[in-house]
Design a protein around this ligand. Structure first.
Ligand code: FES
Ligand code: FES
Length: 243
């Protein structure tokens, strides 16, 4: 039985020893992918180390990050909402929309885009429609605000609300409070003789509240369900009911 001997690494032959190939300086060892990942992880850990070390140094008092200080103190703001007085403490940066929903608890007004693009937050301030997400509550100190909760009386819906129900002018209903507030002001604006971009001669009172007038005047209120045909019909009905 022959004994198998371990194989020796081959040595360069004497003829290879002087060849240019073997005199070439050997390239630096390439880090393997695993080594690279290990180095990256170690570097990341090192970045966090001073902070951890400062907190956990032997003998040092353990520290707790302080909560960020309130940047501006809250101030008293008085809002007259739906016939009721609200005395609120608000930071000056609180929008009217957040004041209504988060502080006054009136969640009928909806937050859609929070940047003035959808009209879901439309409310009436002193009878004029505005996007509540684009204005600060403190700017309306002492003013009269009407939200969708304030349109109906104790016993009946407003004409616009009734028309929306009768015309089935919604699907999911998310845009509806803003649509109804906007339509309420839209009809008042038309009655006051305000022209719109759809009015043929802006020097004259618009003669008729056509569907084109309604579409233009309500164009700031987006309905993602696409209930526009019924919304226009509801506004037309509410206008006819008043006439
Ligand atoms: Fe105000 Fe969209 S939430 S306009
Ligand atoms: Fe759904 Fe208008 S009813 S967004």
């Amino acid at each position: 039985m022959s004994e198998e001997r371990p194989r020796q690494p081959s040595r360069p032959s004497s003829s290879d020893a002087g060849s240019p190939r073997n005199n070439r300086p050997s390239p630096p060892a390439e880090p393997s992918r695993r080594r690279f990942l290990q180095s990256a992880a170690a570097a990341a850990a090192l970045g966090a180390t001073p902070h951890l070390h400062a907190q956990n140094a032997p003998g040092a008092e353990p520290t707790v990050d302080a909560p960020p200080a309130a940047s501006v103190a809250a101030q008293p703001v008085h809002l007259h909402i739906n016939g009721r007085e609200y005395a609120l403490q608000l930071e000056p940066r609180v929008t009217l929309l957040d004041a209504l929903r988060e502080y006054a608890g009136l969640i009928g007004t909806k937050k859609g885009c929070d940047r003035g693009q959808c009209g879901a937050c439309t409310v009436l301030v002193e009878g004029r429609r505005i996007n509540a997400c684009l204005t600060l509550a403190i700017m309306h100190d002492g003013e009269r605000i009407t939200t969708v909760e304030g349109l109906a009386s104790a016993t009946s819906l407003s004409p616009v609300q009734r028309a929306f129900v009768e015309r089935d002018a919604f699907q999911c209903g998310y845009c509806t409070p803003g649509q109804i507030c906007s339509a309420t002001a839209c009809l008042a604006e038309f009655d006051a003789g305000t022209a719109s971009a759809a009015t043929a001669d802006v020097r004259m009172r618009p003669a008729q509240l056509t569907d084109a007038e309604i579409r233009e005047r309500m164009s700031g209120n987006i309905c993602r369900c696409g209930a526009y045909t019924n919304i226009v019909a509801a506004v037309r009905d509410a206008h006819s009911a008043k006439a």
